[in-house]
Design a protein around this ligand. Structure first.
Ligand code: FRU
Length: 324
């Protein structure tokens, strides 16, 4: 495999530290390991658009065959992405959108639907009145904007549902205690948070004040694993989480199609769904199976690498023995 020329796929990941991003990276790595003829490099953007820009410039300069980007915000990367696209390098945008149509394919769930799902879930519980604390993400990324818009589109037509407070996640530590201290004046019975991590952090503050039982928490992401959405639903900490798949393996699949000159759709929309106590167990089992499968693939890859190393060492010894 080392003799064949490999296609270079590069991925600029906007945020590095959370489990959702790690799951996306991991999905890409596992999927990429299934193909002999590609080499995947993941560049960590560390929430820094300048860094992401330079990563994309690097990929252009080093003639990467496909560029994948999850852009932190919609505007700052437009010019460098357009530059890559105009040079004929296929560009795949994942999860967050940009303010441009100059890309080859987008892959991600519809965040308007995420917001709609959350609002419809609250409406389905039929608590009258439903008073909500909405907690948005702090950057103006497309998921932040669309999860808000989709949510409000639904509750606009629901007279019993109102958003009493709207705050940004960076203000949680300061604002949530104040809000919870004035529940007797302005009660709330729902928290709609931009993601599960924010929902969980808010729940912890509510718990410290002993009011967590009177509020239903709804997050987004629905990841498997310790203290992630599915488990938080199973523990009764979250009432629901709206599944937001990372699209990691699909992004690599699209990259492969492009490299093989197959047709790809410009918009590739992943499914979202509500996860609550009724389906959390099933979701967990499904993800556990996928994890098991991923681990097996990784173990096999490692064995292959070891075999390749042994093989080339033996080949070298043989060459020495034969005086070549
Ligand atoms: C992780 C994250 C997720 C969210 C996604 C949106 O970095 O904040 O929680 O669903 O990004 O782009």
């Amino acid at each position: 495999s080392t003799d064949t020329k490999k296609h270079k796929i590069g991925f600029s990941q906007c945020i590095s530290k959370d489990d959702w991003r790690k799951a996306m990276d991991h999905e890409m790595e596992v999927e990429a390991s299934l193909y002999e003829d590609i080499d995947l490099t993941i560049f960590q953007g560390n929430e820094d658009v300048e860094l992401q820009k330079s990563q994309i410039e690097f990929m252009i300069d080093n003639e990467f065959d496909v560029i994948i980007v999850s852009p932190l915000r919609p505007e700052p990367l437009v010019s460098v992405i357009e530059k890559a696209y105009d040079k004929g390098i296929p560009v795949i945008i994942v999860d967050r959108k940009i303010n441009s149509q100059k890309f080859t394919a987008f892959i991600g769930a519809n965040n308007l639907d995420v917001g709609r799902n959350a609002a419809n879930y609250i409406a389905s519980l039929n608590e009258k009145p439903s008073r909500i604390l909405e907690i948005r993400g702090s950057d103006n990324s497309s998921p932040v904007i669309e999860r808000h818009l989709g949510f409000h589109e639904i509750i606009y037509n629901e007279p019993n549902i109102t958003v009493e407070y709207r705050i940004n996640d960076e203000d949680i530590e300061q604002r949530v205690p104040q809000i919870l201290d004035s529940l007797h004046v302005k009660p709330i019975n729902f928290v709609y948070a931009f993601n599960d991590d924010i929902a969980y952090r808010t729940w912890k503050i509510a718990k410290s004040k002993g009011v967590e039982e009177s509020i239903k928490f709804i997050g987004v992401d629905g990841l498997n694993g310790a203290n992630n959405g599915i488990q938080l639903v199973q523990n009764g900490i979250l009432a629901a989480t709206i599944l937001y798949p990372t699209g990691g393996d699909e992004a690599i699949k699209i990259a492969m199609k492009i490299l093989r000159k197959e047709n790809v759709s410009k918009n590739n929309i992943l499914n979202t769904t509500v996860i609550d106590y009724r389906n959390a167990e099933i979701m967990k089992n499904q993800y556990d199976k996928i994890n098991k499968h991923q681990n097996e693939i990784e173990e096999q890859q490692e064995k292959i690498t070891q075999q390749e190393e042994t093989y080339s060492t033996q080949k070298n010894i043989l060459k020495v023995l034969l005086g070549l």
